[in-house]
Design a protein around this ligand. Structure first.
Ligand code: ADP
Ligand code: MG
Length: 338
């Protein structure tokens, strides 16, 4: 008898889901990224039990056409890239076509979506199986509700941390996505409690105020620098206004929150000896660059990216920050008046 067998699609989707959907925050990230890719200007996130019992993400974006709704839940089904070339020139946050299939494989999902704002589609899927699909009245956009996460993969459920840890991870990811997209109004609510609200008026400093508080935002200074390859802009705290960890530093490349050690080091290097040992600034650095220079296809969660001109970018970030801080040093009143 043959020993090698193809896995059932349910099982292979569950395995694939492990790469993208580790915890409630991964679902929030994937759903919010879909809303951003759909050109939403308002994204509302509600969670219960830090997302373990329920996550709902509602957007006013493009919606999904009735005859494409099932396809959206198929693995490797995406509207975002079509050819080999597109893969190396990704302009959207998603492109792998895995999130909805993965989420529906390990949880119960209800999606209501409309491209017109009149009629829309409701679909219910649990553990990868479609339970229901019908036409409903719906606002333009998409609202997706995910309940009973990992109900069919108890080992994963056990691996989750405490509710407060999982909630902090959700807050962290929504913080970064909101900072990367000041033109989108975000809300995050956990069991009726409002945790995040940004205005969506396009002003980064006001978005920072919505995330880190007005006082912190008001004390930060603006940085801006363009070269032929990069556009760097953002807000950084003064060397006196620091925190005990790096969590308040965000690097955002083409609207994507990324983790990149050399670029983090460049931000710190920009402060030079002005930072006390063990202290870190609050810094929101947005970078725009040619997507051809960013390889996002390194890791399933796309958190780590490969950059073609990383050293040049690191130097630019360091110099931009250093120049700004030394300029402020020359005019001490400017600092005192902040
Ligand atoms: P990807 O984002 O990599 O394309 P997903 O599994 O996350 O893959 O989504 C599959 C497809 O479903 C997307 O390509 C998009 O066409 C559609 N879709 C998902 N979420 C939304 C949304 N909130 N609004 C509009 N379309 C969506
Ligand atoms: Mg996606």
């Amino acid at each position: 008898m043959a020993q090698i067998q193809l896995l059932s699609s349910t099982l292979s989707n569950q395995i694939a889901a492990g790469e993208v959907i580790e915890r409630p925050a991964s679902i929030v990230k994937e759903l919010v990224e879909n809303a951003i890719d759909a050109q939403a200007t308002q994204i509302d996130i509600a969670v219960k039990d830090a997302g373990i019992s329920a996550i709902q993400v509602t957007d006013n974006g493009s919606g999904i056409a009735n005859d494409e709704v099932e396809l959206a839940f198929q693995p490797h089904a995406t509207s975002k890239i079509h050819s080999n070339n597109d893969l190396f020139n990704v302009k959207t946050l998603g492109f792998r076509g895995e999130a909805l299939a993965s989420i529906a494989a390990v949880a119960k999902v209800q999606l209501i979506t409309s491209t017109t704002g009149l009629r829309g589609t409701l679909i219910k899927i649990a553990g990868g199986k479609q339970l229901q699909k019908r036409l409903v009245a719906a606002a333009k956009g998409t609202s997706i509700t995910v309940t009973d996460l990992f109900y069919n993969t108890p080992a994963r459920l056990k691996y989750l941390k405490t509710v407060s840890t999982e909630l902090n991870r959700i807050i962290d990811i929504v913080d970064r996505l909101a900072l990367a997209h000041p033109q989108i109004a975000f809300t995050l609510v956990n069991e009726q409690r409002n945790l995040i609200r940004t205005s969506g008026n396009g002003k980064l400093q006001q978005t920072i105020a919505g995330i880190y508080g007005r006082k912190t935002a008001a004390q930060m200074v603006e940085i801006q620098q363009n070269t032929s390859d990069f556009q760097v802009e953002g807000f950084i705290s003064l060397p006196q206004q620091t925190r005990a960890n790096r969590q308040y530093m965000s690097l955002l490349i083409n609207g994507r929150y990324i983790i990149n050690f050399p670029l983090m080091k460049a931000v710190l290097a920009g402060y030079g000896s002005k930072l006390m040992v063990g202290r870190y600034p609050v810094a929101v650095v947005q970078i725009q660059m040619d997507p051809l220079l960013v390889d996002v296809n390194v890791h399933p969660t796309k958190r780590e990216v490969r950059l073609s001109k990383e050293e040049q970018l690191a130097t630019l970030i360091q110099q931009t920050i250093a120049a700004k801080l030394s300029q402020l040093n020359l005019i001490p009143d400017a600092v005192n008046n902040l």
